[in-house]
Design a protein around this ligand. Structure first.
Ligand code: ZN
Length: 299
């Protein structure tokens, strides 16, 4: 009865993370949809892991050392096998700043070359931001630890009979974003290429035009299960509605605004209310329009 009472088979853990079983041996770890806070330890994103007889493959290591410990605690509630591999799907803080913890546990870390370049160029800013939002006390054991193994566009490996294909097909939310495909299970981990339930962020490190084509490349795999970078595990249809359709809408709206002689000072007049059902709409929509305006002007 207790299991039935929990939506999506989730269970709560400390640090605001929820465990969601996706399919046999595949789990999503779903963090809060808002910003980084002392309570969520910087884990304001979705992570995932795959259980194999040879150990655990973890997709994204969390936003801080303590956040990584919290992720590991959830994994330990399912299996006592160690995390043997960590994949960083991008350069944003919550994709990689937990690397130090898992490296200490003996895990090998894999990321795209572009993700590592991005991490190196932004780590200082990320630590300052985390110090402000999460607090220096919580951030203190966190170090910038980079991948042991990098790849340009594609990397494939097998652990305990499960095949993992990692693919970087261009800039999306960050320059080095990758998705992780499990062909035998038709499972896709998208990292920050897909946001559901909350509004995605187009920042200075993003490229909305290329993001659209990266999404198309990912979607062509026709995943049966999709673990997004933000939000609960879902299907391709919701990913398309909340991420792809929004990106198309945003770019079209801003392009029309420019076409009609719109000036950046009036960018707030671009109407995005169609997407006000997404969490963080109030704080992020205006900034997204502003960033896309700048992008389009340079195209
Ligand atoms: Zn993110």
């Amino acid at each position: 009865m207790l299991v039935l009472a929990l939506p999506f088979g989730q269970s709560w853990a400390d640090g605001k993370l929820k465990l969601q079983k996706v399919t046999e041996d595949v789990y999503a770890i779903v963090g809060e949809l808002g910003n980084r806070t002392p309570e969520n330890l910087g884990n304001n994103a979705t992570f995932g892991f795959v259980v194999t007889p040879e150990g655990i493959v973890l997709i994204d290591s969390g936003g801080t050392y303590q956040g990584a410990q919290n992720i590991d605690m959830l994994i330990k509630s399912i299996t006592d096998k160690p995390v043997v591999t960590v994949i960083n799907t991008g350069g944003q803080d919550h994709r990689w700043l937990g690397n130090g913890y898992f490296k200490e546990q003996g895990a090998e870390i894999i990321a795209s070359e572009k993700a590592v370049i991005d991490q190196k160029s932004r780590s200082q800013d990320q630590f300052i931001m985390l110090g402000n939002l999460v607090g220096k006390e919580i951030v203190k054991n966190t170090d910038a630890v980079y991948a042991d193994k990098t790849f340009a566009e594609q990397f494939e490996f097998e652990t305990g009979g499960t095949i993992f294909e990692i693919r970087h097909s261009g800039q999306a939310h960050t320059p080095g974003d990758s998705f992780v495909w499990l062909p035998q299970k038709r499972v896709m981990f998208t990292g920050d290429i897909v946001y559901v339930e909350r509004m995605l962020g187009v920042g200075a490190q993003s490229n909305s035009k290329s993001w659209i084509s990266v999404f198309q490349t990912m979607a062509a795999y026709e995943p049966r299960h999709l673990i997004p970078g933000h939000g609960k595990a879902t299907n391709l249809s919701q990913a398309k509605t909340d991420t792809y359709d929004y990106l198309l809408f945003l770019r079209k709206s801003v392009a029309d605004f420019i076409e009609n002689g719109g000036d950046i000072t009036n960018i707030g007049s671009v109407n995005q209310s169609k997407y006000n059902y997404l969490i963080n709409y109030e704080t992020i929509s205006g900034r997204n329009a502003q960033q896309v305006f700048t992008e389009i002007e340079w195209e």
